[in-house]
Design a binder for this molecule. Structure first.
Ligand SMILES: Cc1cc2nc3c(=O)[nH]c(=O)nc-3n(C[C@H](O)[C@H](O)[C@H](O)COP(=O)(O)OP(=O)(O)OC[C@H]3O[C@@H](n4cnc5c(N)ncnc54)[C@H](O)[C@@H]3O)c2cc1C
Length: 486
């Protein structure tokens, strides 16, 4: 009997668990999930929770009853260390964990594994910028369901102040020079703008989008060029016109350096420092890998072999250091297998990307302003499902060919909706194919010129609403869940 351990029950980890359970349920193999929170969260809908449009309970559900029903062993715990070679007493691969549930909180344990999927997502590194974040700082976040709930309380307080006659400034964007997930910041900006109108206070609010992107529409993927109505256009032009239409101001190429109550400091791409006052701020943090160590059988620290310096797990990517101009789509991983320990894989945000996609910039002060590459929900789900299928095949044949899912051949959609109303909602949807531009296949623009596109309107909003219900249905393992694509 083999034991397959999945670290993390987010979009990637839960997908892997569900696929493995489905494919292995009539075998003797066991699927184990280790994750510190008791709930699953449909993160994309946190956007609606953050403005008070949707209740937090609508974007989460309890994992333990589902896993019990499906026969998946669940440990509500955080993984802290990997022992891929086992240790002096036990040669089997192991993961060390610390429980976070009410009964065993703080207890440590080890779980053996034959195969491991690391899907731990990001550590939200608010500490990178002094004063950033809701826990020890002054800004809001929508990265987790609890953050989004706190954010909605602050948002609604601001709305009440405007109703009482005050004029307020809303600053939304990225909280450091190396942040990712600009799509989420872009979406929250437009939701905020929409909700302010719904509350009848839009004229009292200034909305500012503050981002590390070198220009609007970059989205951490270097921007897009695409054909629309027979003309070549770009995500920059497209995004700028939406910002103009909605009266949202934009500050691009900015690295937030420090946040105080109601005021922040940022450095621009020329290395000049600016101060910006705010009344409400939602700034995304930079991501690192979750804190985890790795040890060999002798107990020596091999973390630098298993993880990159930011704590993301190394996989089958080309990590050779080279100039931006030489980065290629083929550098990106395909199988997500760790090169040193082939029984370990990393998917979703947990794998170490070989390089950024947007062009990095260093200011005269040495500050690096470089949007980190996004690893959004759709590709995270696809790569998790493919790794699960690889493991199923490896259990039958140790020499089986691994399934592939490179971001150089996967597409993605950034569907930035405004409001959750089926008649008055709207969405700015940007589709890209592939995620990593590939000039060897698409010499002119790096991406497919018509599969890459932007759409504005109610339809994109319906898609976003449909995805909310569809993916929660799928994650709950309801009848036919496996027929819904990632
Ligand atoms: C506000 C917002 C909106 C977004 N909207 C979209 C969208 O519209 N479309 C889209 O495609 N993408 C969107 N994304 C991105 C998408 O949410 C992520 O790409 C996706 O969640 C990544 O999945 P993941 O499983 O790698 O990480 P996560 O979903 O973050 O899951 C990580 C899991 O690991 C667990 N974990 C953490 N530490 C440990 C540990 N030590 N041991 C074990 N488990 C651990 C966590 O509790 C969690 O269960 C959005 C992101 C944000 C923040």
């Amino acid at each position: 009997m083999a034991q397959i351990v999945i670290l993390g029950a987010g979009i990637a980890g839960h997908t892997a668990a569900m696929v493995l359970q489905k494919k292995l349920k009539r075998t003797e193999h066991k699927v184990v999930v280790i994750s510190p929170k008791p709930t699953w969260n449909w993160v994309p809908s946190n956007i609606w929770v953050g403005t008070g449009r949707m209740k937090r309970e609508k974007v989460i559900f309890e994992l333990a009853p589902l896993y019990k029903k499906l026969g998946i062993e669940f440990h509500q715990a955080a993984a802290t260390a990997l022992y891929p070679e086992g240790d002096a007493e036990n040669p089997r691969s192991q993961v060390e964990l610390v429980y976070t549930d009410a009964t065993r909180n703080g207890e440590t344990a080890r779980v053996e594994f034959d195969y491991l999927i690391n899907a731990t997502g990001p550590k939200l590194n608010f500490a990178a910028t002094p004063g950033l974040g809701p826990d020890e700082g002054y800004t809001q976040s929508v990265c987790t369901d609890s953050h989004a709930e706190e954010c909605s309380a602050e948002f609604l307080k601001a709305v009440e102040r405007m109703k009482a006659g005050e004029n307020l400034r809303f600053v939304i964007g990225t909280g450091a020079g190396n942040c990712t997930c600009q799509g989420a910041a872009f979406e929250f900006t437009f939701n905020t703008e929409h909700e302010l109108r719904e509350h009848g206070v839009r004229d009292k609010a200034e909305v500012v989008y503050l981002t590390n992107e070198p220009q609007l529409g970059d989205l951490g993927v270097g921007g897009m060029k695409f054909k629309q109505d027979g003309y070549m256009t770009s995500s920059q032009l497209w995004t700028e016109s939406i910002f103009r239409e909605r009266g949202v101001k934009a500050i691009v190429g900015a690295a937030v350096k420090n946040v105080e109550k109601n005021s922040l400091t940022y450095e621009d791409s020329d290395g000049e420092m600016h101060s910006l006052d705010y009344d409400f701020a939602m700034l995304l943090p930079p991501f690192t890998g979750v804190p985890m160590k790795a040890y060999n059988r002798a107990g020596e620290d091999i973390s630098a072999t298993v993880f990159n310096p930011a704590g993301f797990m190394k996989v089958d990517a080309d990590y050779t250091q080279k100039p931006y101009e030489q980065w290629r789509a083929v550098d990106w991983p395909k199988t997500y297998q760790n090169p040193t320990y082939p029984n370990m894989f990393a998917v979703g945000i947990a794998f170490a990307p070989p390089h950024g996609i947007s062009k990095p910039h260093t200011t005269k002060n040495g500050t690096v302003i470089a949007p980190a590459p996004p690893r959004t929900g759709q590709p995270s789900g696809v790569m998790a499902a493919k790794v699960a299928e690889s493991i199923v095949d490896l259990l039958k044949n140790p020499n089986a060919k691994l399934h592939e899912a490179s971001m150089g051949t996967l597409g993605a959609v950034c569907d930035a909706s405004t409001g959750a109303n089926m008649r008055s909602g709207s969405a700015a949807a940007i589709m890209m194919y592939p995620i990593i531009p590939d000039e060897t296949v698409y010499p002119e623009t790096g991406r497919h010129p018509t599969l890459t596109r932007g759409e504005l309107g109610l339809f994109g909003h319906w898609v976003k609403v449909m995805l909310h219900y569809l993916f929660i249905y799928k994650a709950k393992g309801k009848p036919g869940w496996n027929l819904i694509p990632e």
